[in-house]
Design a protein around this ligand. Sequence first.
Ligand SMILES: C[S@@+](CC[C@H](N)C(=O)[O-])C[C@H]1O[C@@H](n2cnc3c(N)ncnc32)[C@H](O)[C@@H]1O
Length: 424
Amino acid sequence: MTSESFEGAAQARTSNPGADPIADFYTSNPFPPPLDDLQRALDLYKDENVRRSEFHLLWPDKEYRADLDVLVAGCGTWQAAKYAVCHPDARVVAIDVSPTSLEHTEKLKQKYNLANLDVRQLPIENAAELDRTFDHIVCTGVLHHLADPDAGLRALQAVLKKDGAMYLMLYAPYGRTGVYMMQEYSRRLGIQTTPEEIRDLIAVLKLLPQNHPVLAAQGGAREFMADAIADALLNPRDRSYSVPQLFDFLERSDLTFGRWYWQAAYLPQVGSIARTPHATRLAELPERERYAEMELWRGLMSNHSFVAYRNDADNAAAKIHFDEDYTSDNYMGYVPIRLPWTTCVTQSLPPGAAGVLVNQTHVFPDLFVIVNPVQKQLYDAIDGQRNIAQIMEAANETDALIALELFHRLWLHDQVVFDTTKAK
Ligand SMILES: C[S@@+](CC[C@H](N)C(=O)[O-])C[C@H]1O[C@@H](n2cnc3c(N)ncnc32)[C@H](O)[C@@H]1O
């Protein structure tokens, strides 16, 4: 879009008071808080392996390509601009109902000269009006605010290419119990989103009893950001999805579950639950039952981030699966690619350890991997290009079982994703 047509588009963007309380809310309270600098994201994505890891998380079995058609649905203030700046070869369409959020997105588009970003005021429910289909749809923190989330998800499914992938985030109920209590508290008292009301609400929240669920959900911290308070506690409409509800929601829209974006917390083979008497029984359950149990056991999941595919696509190969005794030869051809925000701690280690691998985006502290010196050498040989066989060679390791067990464990713990395209 040229800068003249940008002016026109900006003028054409108007709120329609009274049409939908959510559109009004996000017009007055754009969320997330606007950014005017995307340098941090640009620095991260300088490493091509970051884009490759993101791609193969969605499609382990497809050749990497950068020229994707992407829809950021309910883009908020900066999500679509960040995507466009970090993926210069992608063609990105951003839609939202909040003119304020779209204006923030437009400002970033101008600042970073994002010719690959098309910004439109359009409800998700009307996505068909774009008259295009997409390889990838990002819709995080949006569907649970819609009057009819099923209509929104169906509209997105209808513009997803047959072999496309969605990245969705929905609120989860148990971790938000305290939020829903304080929403109800605020609603009963008629709290508004004015700066004074929010200042007073923060003062009240700071004195919540120590064991209030809203504090438990944020690890006991009493710091509340004004922008986040309005979005979480004074939002006119949100709902949440437990694991079984999430699976039903997808199925009603002809979608299938792919994987959790961060999977470790949902896996009974990982973390402290794996050392309990129930570990084996849990691991034997069907997939969705396992995840439902883990949501109940973890207790404080406040949202679910996951990948979904169309149910008429053949996605069998997109599911990574390791046999119990690693009999398939395929695995040697898998290329592990490190995920961003993973790191190896080498200080204050337990005896015999050469490192502790953590993913800094994990919210549960039991999800780490301790590696011994042999495993650390294999870990250090990951470069995003070598397959497991080549990593073994580079690390002078001849025992395939040691390598396969390690890479399986790294994958379960969200340390790596796999590019399986060269595996035979
Ligand atoms: C919590 S924000 C999330 C923004 C962004 N997806 C992110 O993760 O940073 C929710 C956004 O969804 C938008 N939204 C709500 N209902 C919508 C609808 N029916 N169609 C399109 N956007 C909608 C809001 O205006 C708001 O910008």
